[in-house]
Design a protein around this ligand. Structure first.
Ligand code: DX5
Ligand code: ZN
Length: 220
């Protein structure tokens, strides 16, 4: 098994102290900063945009992993590129032209990811996997932190792992939603190499302990 990356989601951080939170979680072992963007249109919640990404950028000594839950998506991509995003992932349902949106992300020298909701079929990957740097599998319905992990995601992780392995390319397989210390083993064993964790990290007494716990279990 390759190395496991842990991406704490800022959604559960203290927004009044975001710079401190970013530094603390990196010091605690975070490999990426997961940045959830919601628009009250594609998902029923409203969060943060490019200005906040730009504000945390000086504090982020690891890549910023932007998860766009916005529709339409294209106009925000140059803005996030400017704001310091290192990875941008989007939902195919939020783009009129999925291939074009992937090209747009890559044209800015940013890694591109496609996000699959729990009910999104894997065939959306059919003609684009060779252009993706990561596949992000949602293990909750997008919109809120602190939801329960949907168990049906596990066979889906296994199926995407097989597709990626068959492609022979280095595509990251990230899982997002309800990941905790006590289910990380199953998520890792199914084939995920990048685990998002919001509430499990930021609601814990020790960020370092939570991150290490998730990472260690995902490696088992
Ligand atoms: C949900 C977001 C997730 C979420 C993760 O729409 O994309 O990143 O905040 O939070 P937890 O780990 O609490 O489920
Ligand atoms: Zn997310």
């Amino acid at each position: 098994m390759s190395a496991i990356r842990i991406a704490p989601s800022l959604l559960s951080a203290d927004f009044a102290r975001l710079g401190d939170e970013v530094r603390s979680v990196i010091e605690a072992g975070a490999d990426l900063i997961h940045f959830d963007v919601m628009d009250n249109h594609y998902v029923p919640n409203l969060t943060i945009g490019p200005l906040v990404c730009q504000a945390i950028k000086p504090h982020a000594t690891v890549p910023i992993d932007v998860h766009l839950m916005v529709k339409p998506v294209d106009a925000l991509i140059p803005m996030f590129a400017q704001a310091g995003a290192d990875i941008i992932s989007f939902h195919p349902e939020a783009s009129e032209h999925v291939d074009r949106t992937i090209q747009l992300i890559r044209s800015h020298g940013i890694k591109a990811g496609l996000v699959l909701n729990p009910a999104t079929p894997l065939n959306v990957l059919d003609h684009v996997l060779d252009q993706l740097d990561l596949v992000l599998l949602m293990s909750v319905n997008p919109g809120f932190g602190g939801q329960s992990f949907i168990e049906g995601t596990l066979p889906k992780i296994e199926a995407v792992r097989r597709l990626i392995d068959r492609s022979g390319r280095d595509v990251w397989l990230e899982v997002d939603g309800g990941v905790k210390v006590d289910n990380a083993q199953r998520v890792g064993a199914a084939g995920a190499d990048t685990l998002v964790a919001g509430s499990a990290v930021f609601n814990s007494a020790s960020y370092a302990h939570a991150i290490a716990g998730i990472r260690d279990n995902a490696r088992l």
